[in-house]
Design a protein around this ligand. Structure first.
Ligand code: ADP
Ligand code: MG
Length: 605
């Protein structure tokens, strides 16, 4: 509280801050608020999601506007409807002791006349998405010719979404003399361009990567064959029974598909993307907040509005097209001082992107292995044991106990435990008994992407010589003087390794290693017969091959598919259904629909 006084905020705002339960300002608030209160200046502020940016611009704006006037003095642009509403609600909460304050939200998909009516009543602050704002300016329904403060919130995201022209158009209707405050989690070229174009010598604030948002998140990647992506996702979910996660896909279509697949396989999952109606999206978000959904499969755009604390895992089912977007994704977890994990499921052809991401987040990824089936069984049994331990006894079962006891009276505690766990786990154990290793460090498989002219080499140095895939790749690149993506599929074994280059570089590679010594040792290199190229090419069409192999894997990893399970209609390669535990749920209460066979089920919202 006192800490907020020191920033120069006035009594009416301090009261609201106390009501909200904020005790100390976050770093971005501490840095931005005093400057914005004291000076009329432009500002560029870089801070991760979840660091309290709304209050960082919201409090100064509320303190500086004149609530007695009905003129629109502040404009806040934000990329999505969800964020727009979120900011509006926050601003209203912050300004609850400012009599006469009107904050209006303007966004698409709702009645434009209603919004125009609200503005007409006199809104000092308008929070808007660019599309609708431009529309309303065009129709003369809103006047921003007198604004003094303009916030571009989530500027990187607005530009990602293609709002550059709308923003330019909107700002051309605003006065030259105003303060523009730009907030962004990342600083791609486009954002600095917009900062140069619309701002005059802005004060720059960077909240270090060591802020609450990012420091709490650890980053992991799992290297698998592209066709095993879905199986890997399921294993990760199975290995984390209490998972509460957002799973990111690149397209609406993939988002929908992955969600449907998960639901079919018995997980508490749902999709959220732009093709859903607003009503559907609200329903999904409600179930997610209530934890009825444990895995929310989302597109980047739809996820912008997800403001849920306690997310345990962010899963990058596919990496984003724009590497910068990764920061937004991982920022969904590790909020409010909690820890979180951001996971990337990656195939060999994309694994080099991990390095680029590390540069952006300034943190190292940990390479992890997809847990084996037996590890998962262990985790799940332990989890069940713990939920039994923590379950509160429901007195309503008392009347039934005499009969139950009679049935079970001959068994010792040890026998009962064995029986309970056998009931739960026989099917599960069978499912995973013959499951294969999904990690590709231990085998030489190639994803479908490498049907191009690529040469694979064998080289007689490996982890014994202190190489891992990254250092070997760096070593080769330096030696060969090749570009950063020219050496790929580096696969380091104990005393030897494999790597690929495009076939055009084959002569160069063979030439350099013709008589090459490392620490006095002769290094041999051979062209591996087992190249991605020959695999991809034979049998005409890598895709089909992959799919056929995937089908085989189905049987290998599965065995769990029972009568009731539908055969997948293509699209996903590999994978099979999740064995569900009867009576298992997050809260340890039996599921109402638990049946003897333990087929697929989902919890009703
Ligand atoms: P960002 O815009 O940086 O992603 P938000 O402004 O949405 O972050 O804030 C994230 C959450 O933190 C919100 O729920 C907000 O109410 C809360 N919050 C903001 N500032 C503080 C603070 N000083 N103390 C505690 N909670 C805060
Ligand atoms: Mg924000």
């Amino acid at each position: 509280m006192t800490a907020f006084i020191a920033l120069g905020l006035e009594e009416n705002l301090l009261k609201a801050i106390a009501d909200m339960g904020f005790e100390t300002p976050s770093e971005v608030q501490e840095k931005a608020i005093p400057i914005l209160l004291e000076r009329e200046t432009d500002m560029v502020s870089l801070a991760q999601t979840g660091t309290g940016k709304t209050a960082a611009f919201g409090f100064p704006m509320l303190q500086k506007i004149d609530v007695k006037s009905r003129t629109t003095q502040g404009l806040i642009l934000s990329p999505t409807r969800e964020l727009c509403l979120q900011i509006t609600n926050e601003m209203i909460a912050y300004g609850k002791y400012l009599p006469g304050l009107n904050v209006t939200a303007i966004y698409g998909g709702a009645s434009i006349t209603d919004q125009a009516r609200q503005i007409k009543k006199g809104s000092q602050i308008v929070v808007a998405t660019p599309g609708r704002m431009k529309d309303m300016i065009g129709r003369g329904l809103v006047d921003i010719s007198k604004i003094e403060y303009c916030v571009l919130d989530e500027a990187d995201e607005m530009l990602n979404m293609g709002f550059y022209e709308d923003i330019t158009e909107i700002l051309s209707h605003s006065p030259k003399e105003k303060s523009t405050w730009l907030f962004s989690a990342t600083m791609p070229k486009e954002v600095s361009t917009i900062a140069k174009k619309f701002m005059h010598t802005p004060v720059e604030i960077t909240v270090g990567t060591k802020n609450v948002g990012s420091d709490q998140v650890s980053h992991e990647y799992y290297l698998v064959n592209a066709r095993d992506r879905y199986n890997a996702l399921k294993r990760l979910a199975d290995a984390n029974p209490d998972i509460f996660s957002v799973v990111f896909c690149r397209t609406k279509r993939d988002t929908q598909k992955v969600a449907e697949q998960l639901i079919e396989d018995g997980y508490n999952a749902a999709a959220i993307h732009g093709d859903l109606s607003q009503n559907q999206r609200d329903l999904v978000m409600k179930s997610f907040r209530n934890r009825q959904i444990q895995m929310l499969v989302a597109t980047d755009v739809a996820a912008r509005g997800i403001d849920v604390d306690d997310i345990t895992h962010v899963i990058n089912y596919q990496l984003p097209d724009e590497i910068e977007t990764y920061t937004h994704r991982s920022g969904r977890t590790g909020r409010a001082g909690k820890t979180g994990v951001s996971i990337v499921i990656v195939s060999k052809s994309e694994v080099r992107k991990i390095k680029s991401i590390e540069k952006i987040i300034q943190k190292q990824f940990v390479a992890k292995e997809i847990p084996s089936g037996m590890e998962i069984c262990e985790v799940q049994m332990f989890h069940l044991a713990n939920s039994i331990k923590d379950t509160e006894i429901n007195p309503e079962i008392n009347p039934y106990l005499p009969n139950i006891n009679e049935v079970l009276e001959d068994f010792s505690k040890e026998e009962l435990i064995k029986k309970v766990f056998s009931v739960e786990f026989t099917r599960f154990l069978n499912y995973y008994k013959n499951s294969k290793d999904l990690n590709i460090s231990g085998e030489r498989n190639f994803s479908d992407e490498d049907a191009k002219d690529s040469t694979r080499y064998f080289i007689n140095i490996g982890s014994k010589d202190d190489f891992d895939w990254m250092s070997l790749k760096d070593f080769l690149r330096d030696l060969l003087q090749l570009g950063k993506d020219d050496v790929y599929k580096v696969d380091v074994k104990d005393s030897f390794s494999f790597f690929n280059t495009d076939t055009t570089h084959q002569e160069l590679v063979m030439g350099i290693f013709k008589d090459f010594k490392l620490d006095g040792r002769q290094i041999n290199i051979e062209i591996s017969k087992d190249t991605g190229r020959s695999k991809g090419r034979s049998g005409g069409g890598g895709r089909d091959r992959g799919r056929r192999r995937g089908d085989r894997n189905d049987r290998g990893d599965g065995g769990g598919r029972k009568g009731g399970f539908k055969k997948r209609s293509g699209g996903f390669e590999g994978g099979s259904d999740k064995p569900k535990f009867k009576g298992k749920s997050r809260r340890g209460a039996p599921r109402p629909d638990a049946k003897g066979t333990g087929g697929r089920r989902r919890r009703k919202g």
